[in-house]
Design a protein around this ligand. Sequence first.
Ligand SMILES: Cc1cc2nc3c(=O)[nH]c(=O)nc-3n(C[C@H](O)[C@H](O)[C@H](O)COP(=O)(O)OP(=O)(O)OC[C@H]3O[C@@H](n4cnc5c(N)ncnc54)[C@H](O)[C@@H]3O)c2cc1C
Length: 453
Amino acid sequence: MTPERADGLAVKRLEGLSGWGRHPLAACSAVRPERHRDLLAVQGPRLARGRGRSYGDAALRSDGTVVLTERLDRFLEFDETTGILRAESGATLKDVIDAFLPQGWFLPVTPGTQYCSLGGCLAADVHGKNHHRAGTFSAHVAGCGLVLASGERVVCGPEERPELYWATAGGMGLTGIIDEVALRLQRVESAYLKVKHQKAPDLATAVRLLSDPAHDATYTVAWIDCLATGSSLGRGVFMAGEHAAQHEVSLRFGNPKSCKPKRQKRLPFDLPAWALNPVTVRLFNSAYYAAQGSKGTFVSRYDSFFYPLDGVLDWNRLYGKRGFVQYQYVLPTAVAEEGTAEILGRLSHSKRASFLAVLKRFGPQGPGMLSFPMEGLTLALDIPVSPGLFELLDELDGIVMKLGGRVYLAKDSRTGREVFKAGYPRLEEFLAIRRSVDPEGLFSSDLARRLGI
Ligand SMILES: Cc1cc2nc3c(=O)[nH]c(=O)nc-3n(C[C@H](O)[C@H](O)[C@H](O)COP(=O)(O)OP(=O)(O)OC[C@H]3O[C@@H](n4cnc5c(N)ncnc54)[C@H](O)[C@@H]3O)c2cc1C
């Protein structure tokens, strides 16, 4: 990096920067503060970027500076009595797990990858498989440090400056740079989970298993076979998990509070665009449905249960050079099953293969003004970019908007302003708070400009 900026930080031009979906690509200038005081010195139009695990353009800023937080990853304090960990915002979930799981502490809420930063998790107000019981990430944060556009650092949280906190949680980096997070960890007895898999031969069964109190568990989710049609539309595998007590973990696993590190695999090249097509995905789906659906009850290591995709680094190259879109929507309970059937029908009719489709029931909406979850059903689909995809997604947006749902900003790279505004009714409240802390609009992103935020 060569020093260029008035604030003395070295700036680097990153030509093909993207989110995890590798679409879109943008040319961005980036700085990487090594110490906290460097972060305070950054001025001008800017945006924080954690580990770039949002899929679309949320962590891109092509008309300003991207502030990489990866070096600001220190643990600052841990209180054993409350379980509250204070850490710099660039620390990853994996950093936290590696240090604290062997001592019997785990994350209160985790998304499906451990390679994201604490700041990124709060800014997107991420959810996990326990949303119906535990809510979003922000519900477990006692407070955070925020560096405002003026360079002033403030502290906010549910008790202190709550309006600013609930604008920041889910605010996608648009209120300032989170420099520190105080996260309340949960006690666990082991690094393992008791897991139950069950086949759901159609969508109605998958929805029933996700909603029926008799099948409820701390963590629930269903994998869906998007290419199934007719009476099998929406068939899948329902998966439920509970943290295992020490005595439930077999001695053959060794120390119940840690797992032997797995050998990391890499995908060293981009797969050709045709590799994931309806035929290969149909084959994969049939095999997965049969194998996973018949597993019954078993004990799983935490990483296989929470982060199955992290097993292959760079798995996003599976989708080829053009990248892919993760389309995630939520629909309110009353219309969720009917709307999901309509969306799955359109998708399977279009013969587009979503390699991964995950259905989850959300609990009540939280106080984050732009937080994604609302009570209902959410479906996440990974679809390779190819001609005609965006027209199809516009159609799906139309269904989501008509039924009072919304799309998830942390996954989005293409939705329109009308769909966004209809889905996020607290936008004006958010904008008023943002104006009060950033009147010149120094914090922005390619996503924010696209959506008119
Ligand atoms: C395999 C995989 C599975 C996933 N599963 C889930 C899931 O189950 N649930 C879920 O909710 N999400 C999920 N996600 C999305 C991911 O959790 C979020 O996008 C998260 O925000 C990524 O964190 P990051 O550090 O990579 O942030 P980035 O992608 O770098 O940034 C995301 C947003 O946060 C802002 N931001 C980042 N750091 C800061 C900071 N310090 N201060 C202020 N703003 C900041 C950025 O400006 C941007 O708007 C998944 C992603 C992947 C790749």
